[in-house]
Each structure stands twice: as C-alpha cells, then as structure tokens.
Ligand binder design. Structure first.
Ligand SMILES: [Zn+2]
Length: 284
C-alpha cells in the first residue's frame, strides 16, 4: 500500500479537481481488480461473459453485489437531501443526513439516515437508503443499496404537443404511491425541463429523462416517501405492455437509447475498451 501511495503522489497533477478525479478512478479500479465475486452472476461478470447489464435485468436475475453495477455501467452517484438542520420556526437548511435520536437511560443515541441515487443518465437508475450510527457507514450503505436496486427505465416521446421521435420524456402517464404521498409523472414536450420537486428531478436526471410534468398529493414534505413514490412510478413504466406499432411511433426505448445501426459498433467499442484495460493492467 505504501508503494501505491508514493506512486500516486508522484503522478498527481497540480489541478486539485483533477487530483480528486484520478484518485477516485484509481481507487475504483483497484477495488474492482481486488473484487472476489461470490454469486454466479458476479463470477460471470468478472470473467467478462456478461458485458451488458440489460441481460441480467431481462432475465430477472437479482444483483447481489454492487461491483456488478460498477463494472457494467459508467454510473454517477448523488446524495439526496432528506434531512434538515435545526432551525427556529422549522426554517432549518436541508441536509443529506436525516438525524434521529433514541432516548435511553445513558442519554440520547443519535442515528443517521441518507438516500443515494445512482444512474448512467441513459435509462438506468437506482435509489437506496442507508441508516447507521455514524454518517460515513450510512452513506456507504445507501450507495450499495442504490447499486443493487438498479432498474431499466422506459423512455419515449409521449407528449401530444411534440412529435420529435426522440426518447427525451416518458412514453405515457404513470403514478406511484408510498405512504400518503402519491406522485404522477406526465409526458412533456421537448425543451420543457423537469417540472417536479428538486429531489425527484435528481432521480429523473440520473435516469436520462429530460422533460416531465408532475402532480403530487399527500404529505410531500416527507421526502423519503416522496422519493420512493417517484421510484415506484418509474418502475411502473416497464410494467405496462405496449403495442409494437406504438413502440415505433413514440420511439419507446428501454434502457440505453441506441440507434439500431449503432448497436454493433457500441459493443465493438466496449470489447476494445475491455482489451485496453487488460493490457493496461498487464503493463502496470
Ligand atoms: Zn418529443
């Protein structure tokens, strides 16, 4: 480990942002290299027998290791503001961690909860919640859970107002419910943007949806329920049967948006990238 640290110090460029990125990438790569898969799906992914996450999701196999998502998708992660700092008159600033306390004989025992969203901004998204006595493990649990919960999202051009035939919004109206919170997502024309609660917008952005109208009902100040309702609505998109005629008309795509001609070239590029990675690890 000490050798690795020294190498990193030598290699680090001057720009602090670049330093952070490269360090993160390096850590990710080392984590994936040292990953020992336990499930049969994980072993197939590690051996590069499965190169597409859609294959796993289509077969209904469960993802039990977060590294599967890391290897198959270029995911970005974000934390959702579900907590609130203390403030007079309920005016506290929104925070990533929701802090709760249990009253005990010894005193107050605080606990932290947080929600994470992961996605490739191209039809895959996952939401997860994590709770722990400290902030860092809570975040890690949330990240892990989000990666395991990843699902395919159906996109299309379902608005009456536009007929652009690009998958920029959702193909039809869907709704989801969690507790008293009910959310309805409505297809919007191109260029409208995400007309929705800011935290739900983060989830939709990660899924690759650019335009949407929405309607909510119930205690929407409970953000955990609001976000779970939003996730359920997104899952609803894939559970509806669509006629193949309409599928072409509205350009409904599940998962990655891809033109039919480009499919092969993309897969080829992936294989090439995999080869490059292998070579890179060998030279190191
Ligand atoms: Zn459109």
């Amino acid at each position: 480990m000490q050798r690795m640290k020294n190498q990193r110090r030598k290699d680090t460029p001057k720009n602090p942002e670049e330093v952070k990125k490269t360090r993160r990438e390096q850590e990710k790569e080392t984590n994936l290299d040292s990953w020992v898969p336990r499930t049969s799906t994980g072993k197939a992914v590690k051996a590069r027998e499965i190169t597409d996450i859609d294959f796993i999701l289509d077969q209904g196999q469960s993802i039990l290791e977060p590294e599967i998502t890391d290897t198959l998708l270029q995911v970005e992660t974000d934390l959702l503001l579900i907590g609130q700092s203390r403030g007079k008159f309920g005016g506290g600033q929104r925070r990533v961690f929701r802090q709760t306390q249990k009253k005990t004989r010894e005193g107050n025992k605080p606990k932290f909860a947080t929600m994470a969203v992961v996605g490739d901004k191209n039809g895959h998204v996952g939401v997860g919640i994590g709770k722990a006595k400290e902030t860092v493990p809570a975040r890690e649990k949330a990240m892990r859970q989000a990666k395991l919960n990843i699902v395919k999202i159906r996109r299309g051009c379902g608005g009456w107002q536009c007929n652009c035939k690009e998958p920029h919004t959702i193909p039809f109206e869907v709704s989801g419910k969690c507790g008293s919170v009910e959310i309805t997502l409505i297809p919007a024309p191109k260029g409208k943007g995400l007309c929705i609660h800011s935290e739900c917008a983060k989830v939709l952005e990660m899924a690759g949806i650019k335009d949407v109208w929405s309607k909510t009902r119930g205690q929407t100040k409970n953000r955990v329920n609001l976000l779970f309702a939003c996730e359920k609505a997104l899952k609803q998109l894939s559970q509806v049967k669509v006629l193949s005629r309409l599928e072409q008309e509205m350009q409904i795509t599940e998962g990655k948006a891809k033109a039919k001609n480009k499919v092969e070239s993309k897969e080829e590029a992936k294989v090439e990238a995999a080869k490059k990675e292998e070579n890179g690890t060998k030279t190191e």
